[in-house]
Write a protein that binds this ligand. Structure first.
Ligand code: SF4
Length: 457
C-alpha cells in the first residue's frame, strides 16, 4: 500500500455522479484512505466528471491544467479523473495531461484501489472498458467512516446505462447499455442501510422506471432476478423502518399503470416526481427522439393527481434545440403553466460529440436567442415556485433534518415529503440531529425555500 492516505473528490453533474463519489469514497476508506478536510490537505485528488454539457468538459480541462501546480507542491501527490468525460476521452486525457495518474470510466470504480497502487509505483493507467456484468454493483459494505456523517438518506442504484439514445444526449455513450440489478440485492442493500440508520432512500437509474424492462420483454426476468419497477417499490415499501422512498429519473415512456397506482397505495412513496420533459412542443420532442408527446406527458401527470392530489412535479428543460421556433418555445412555456411545475432545471442546448442531434439539418439557434428563452423560462418558473411556496404557508410539514441551515447557526435545514427545502429556526429548543424528523408549521415562503417553526407539545 502506498503512503498516500488522504483523498478529496470534486464531483460534477447528476445524482448518479454524486452516488459514484459516495461509492468511490467507500472503496477508498476500505483501501486505507481517509477524507481530507480540504484539497490542500489531500494526497489524492479525484475529479468525477460530467460530459452532458460542453461547458463542464471545458472546465475539466482548465482545472486539470491548474492542478499541475497543486501536484508539484507536495511529492507523491496523485490525480485521478473518473466519470463520463473519462469514459469518453480515456487515453487522450493522459496524453494531454501527463501529471494525471489514473483515468477510470463509469464501469471501473472497483479497479481504482489497484490502479492507485500501480500509480504509486509510477504506472499511470487508464481503465474504461464497459462491463455487462452485475459485478459492478458488488461494492463492499458502507465503511464505518460514513457513520456520523449520515443525514439518514442514501442513494441506491437499481439500474445503470441507457438505451434510449435521445438525440441530444451523450449518456448512452458514457454510461453504456442498460443493465438492471437483481431485486434481491437491492432489497438486501436497503435493509442493510435501514439497520444502519438510513430512513430515506432515492432509487437511481438513468431511466429508473425502465428497471428490468429488457428482462421482462425477453421473458428472462425470473432467471435475471428482476421484477417490474412497481413491484420493486412494493417490496421496498414493506421494509420496516424505511420511511421515505424516492426515485430519479423516470422516463415518461415507462410510466405504467402499476407505477401510477403505487403513488396512491404505498405509504412510504413520497408525493414528488422529478420527470424530465425537455420541451412542450411535439415537433421538438420528436427531433429530440423522446418518444412521447406533450399529451402523453400531461396524461401521466393528470393520472398522478387523481391518485395523489398533493403530488409535486418537477422537471428538466432544454431550450434552443436546433430548429426550435418561437412557437415551439411558447409551447414549452404553456406546458409549464398547464402542469404547474414546482421547480425545474433548465439549460441551453449544447452540442455533444457522438450524438444524433449533430446530424440534424435544422438551423442552430443563435446564442442570444437561446439565452433570452432561458431567461424567460426561468422567470416563469421562479413565479410558479414562489406561488407553490406561498400556497404552503399555514400548512404542517414533516421534515427530515439534513443539518445546519445555510442561513447560519440557530437554524436547521430539512426536506419535506415533497422535496422542498424547509429552514427551521430552532433557537433555545436546540438543533435536532441530522437524520431526525420534526414536524413544523410552515410560516413563511421564500423563492427558494419554506420557513417553518417546530410544532411543540
Ligand atoms: S433517456 Fe435520453 S436524456 Fe435520459 S440518459 Fe437516456 S438518452 Fe440521455
Amino acid at each position: 500500500m502506498s503512503e498516500l492516505k488522504r483523498f478529496s473528490i470534486r464531483t460534477f453533474g447528476c445524482q448518479m455522479n454524486v452516488h459514484d463519489t459516495e461509492k468511490l469514497s467507500n472503496l477508498l476508506y476500505h483501501a486505507g484512505y481517509e477524507a481530507a478536510g480540504d484539497e490542500s490537505a489531500a494526497d489524492l485528488l479525484v475529479i468525477n466528471t460530467c460530459s452532458v454539457r460542453e461547458k463542464a468538459e471545458n472546465k475539466l480541462y482548465s482545472d486539470l491544467g491548474r492542478l499541475r501546480e497543486w501536484k508539484a507542491e507536495k511529492p507523491g501527490r496523485m490525480i485521478g479523473v473518473g466519470g463520463c468525460v473519462a469514459q469518453q476521452e480515456g487515453q487522450t486525457i493522459l496524453r494531454r495531461f501527463d501529471h494525471v495518474d489514473l483515468v477510470f470510466g463509469t464501469h471501473n470504480l472497483l479497479a481504482v484501489p489497484a490502479m492507485l497502487e500501480g500509480a504509486a509505483q509510477g504506472q499511470s493507467g487508464v481503465r474504461i472498458e464497459e462491463s455487462a456484468s452485475q459485478d459492478r454493483f458488488d461494492l463492499p459494505e458502507r465503511h464505518p467512516a460514513f457513520e456520523g456523517r449520515d443525514t439518514g438518506h442514501s442513494f441506491v442504484t437499481v439500474m445503470e446505462g441507457c438505451d434510449m439514445f435521445c438525440s441530444f444526449c451523450v449518456v448512452p455513450k458514457t454510461r453504456g447499455r442498460e443493465i438492471s440489478r437483481t431485486a434481491a440485492s437491492i432489497v438486501a442493500e436497503v435493509r442493510n442501510l435501514v439497520e444502519r440508520g438510513v430512513s430515506e432512500i432515492t432509487l437511481l437509474g438513468q431511466t429508473v422506471n425502465a428497471y428490468g424492462r429488457h428482462d421482462t420483454r425477453r421473458g428472462v426476468a425470473e432467471a435475471a432476478g428482476t421484477i417490474p419497477f412497481g413491484g420493486l417499490l412494493t417490496q421496498l415499501d414493506a421494509i420496516e423502518g424505511l420511511r421515505r422512498i424516492r426515485y430519479t429519473s423516470p422516463h415518461p415512456l415507462f410510466f405504467d399503470e402499476v407505477l401510477l397506482r403505487a403513488h396512491g397505495e404505498l405509504e412510504s412513496l413520497c408525493p414528488h416526481v422529478h420527470m424530465p420533459v425537455q420541451s412542450g412542443s411535439d415537433r421538438v420532442l420528436e427531433q429530440m427522439r423522446r418518444r412521447y408527446t406533450r399529451a402523453d406527458y400531461e396524461t401521466i401527470i393528470k393520472g398522478l393527481r387523481v391518485v395523489r392530489p398533493d403530488i409535486v412535479v418537477t422537471t428538466d428543460f432544454i431550450v434552443g434545440f436546433p430548429g426550435e421556433t418561437d412557437e415551439d418555445f411558447e409551447q414549452t412555456l404553456s406546458l409549464i403553466e398547464s402542469v404547474g411545475f414546482v421547480d425545474s432545471y433548465s439549460f441551453k442546448y449544447s452540442r455533444r460529440p457522438h450524438t444524433k442531434a449533430l446530424e440534424l439539418s435544422a438551423e442552430e439557434i443563435a446564442p442570444e436567442v437561446a439565452s433570452a428563452r432561458l431567461t424567460a423560462l426561468q422567470d416563469l418558473q421562479r413565479r410558479l415556485t414562489l406561488d407553490h411556496h406561498i400556497s404552503r404557508v399555514g400548512s404542517r410539514a414533516e421534515i427530515r433534518v439534513e443539518g445546519e441551515s445555510m442561513h447560519g447557526p440557530g437554524q436547521v435545514r430539512g426536506r419535506d415529503l415533497h422535496h422542498r427545502v424547509v429552514n427551521v429556526p430552532v433557537g433555545d429548543v436546540g438543533a435536532p440531529g441530522a437524520g431526525s424528523y420534526i414536524e413544523v408549521d410552515v410560516v413563511e415562503a421564500t423563492p427558494h425555500s419554506l420557513i417553518g417553526t417546530p410544532v411543540t407539545g
